[in-house]
Ligand binder design. Structure first.
Ligand code: VAH
Length: 312
């Protein structure tokens, strides 16, 4: 049995679909604070807060999961509005699940980290797996602390926990929530609906990004890799494609020539984005479990517009 906690979020929605297609709908139990619109209609669902240890324990007792994916988190921008809540959910949610995973002898645990673990003094280009990490967002240092806990539970208790430092994720099946990279999702919806969009990040803000299909494929690939091939038990750097809002604008205009992109200024998310790397070195993931991104910017833009047009 596979348990996905945070199943209704941007990653969870797509991961549950992928895992249910792969292992069978009845083999994947989805859990979230809020029920999906069609709660339980295409597989078991349990409503719970990841910070409620007793409620999460009850789910472990009911389903005895062999794999757990803990995706519940408050992201970077939302985290700066509610710093203590973000720390509590991101940290205590993880510790609740790590402890239960050890107690219930869960075979594998997945937990997402982020490029947000890097900070103003980390190298900006081709940021390496190991370097100075001084994140200055609550989300960023909660993810950095979480990486340390994951490696600790692996070393101390032998828990097979695996993690990826996701870039900004761009998908069409589920909306993002509270992220600094969310402009790169909203822009597609607005381009199709209104032919214009105002970016809250400046034109030259280069960030590491990734199509959600690549992110889901990487997640499954890491979880299926033989444990002995993994040399990183904090969290793997992972790269998709880096671009700026201006580069994204130019690519969208190849499909929607009249699209107009404008820019707001002094949005608080700019400072968060400016603290992050521009590009990531993911050579360790390539070496350990054969990672290779498939979506470059042209393919990402074409896929997003094609699929959003189909569902609009
Ligand atoms: C955020 N989408 O913006 C997340 C992600 C790298 C960014 O962690 O907070």
């Amino acid at each position: 049995m596979i348990l996905v906690i945070g199943a209704n979020g941007q990653i969870g929605t797509e991961l549950v679909t992928t895992l249910r297609a792969k292992y069978g709908h009845s083999q994947v139990v989805a859990s979230d604070l809020h029920p999906p619109k069609n709660a339980g209609s295409n597989g078991p669902f349990e409503q719970a807060s990841v910070t409620d240890a007793a409620a999460v324990r009850a789910i472990f007792e009911k389903y005895k999961p062999t794999q757990v994916y803990l995706l519940a988190a408050i992201l970077s921008a939302a985290g700066e509005q509610k710093p203590k809540l973000a720390w509590d959910l991101n940290m205590n949610g993880l510790l609740n699940v790590l402890d239960l995973a050890v107690e219930f002898k869960v075979a594998k645990v997945f937990w997402p980290s982020s490029i947000a673990v890097f900070g103003p003094n980390s190298p900006k280009q081709n940021t390496p797996q190991y370097c100075v990490m001084d994140p200055n967002s609550v989300y960023g240092f909660s993810k950095l602390a979480g990486e340390r806990w994951c490696e600790y539970y692996f070393e101390k208790y032998g828990l097979d926990v695996r993690s990826i430092r996701y870039p900004g994720l761009i998908g069409w099946k589920a909306a993002p929530g509270g992220g600094t990279t969310d402009y790169a999702v909203h822009i597609f919806h607005e381009a199709l609906a209104k032919g214009e969009y105002q970016s809250f990040l400046s034109a030259d803000t280069e960030l590491p990004m990734m199509h959600m299909d690549d992110a889901i494929r990487a997640t499954v690939s890491l979880m299926e890799a033989p444990a002995k091939s993994l040399t990183i038990r904090s969290s793997y750097n992972l790269a998709g494609v880096s671009f700026t809002p201006e580069q994204l604008n130019e690519e969208i205009k190849k499909h929607i020539p009249d699209f107009k992109l404008s820019y707001s200024d002094n949005d608080p998310r700019q400072a968060i984005a400016d603290s992050w790397p521009k590009s990531i070195d993911d050579s360790q993931a390539q070496k350990d479990w054969g990672w290779k991104a498939e979506f470059d910017l042209p393919k990402l833009v074409e896929d997003m517009l094609l699929n959003l047009r189909k569902i609009k």
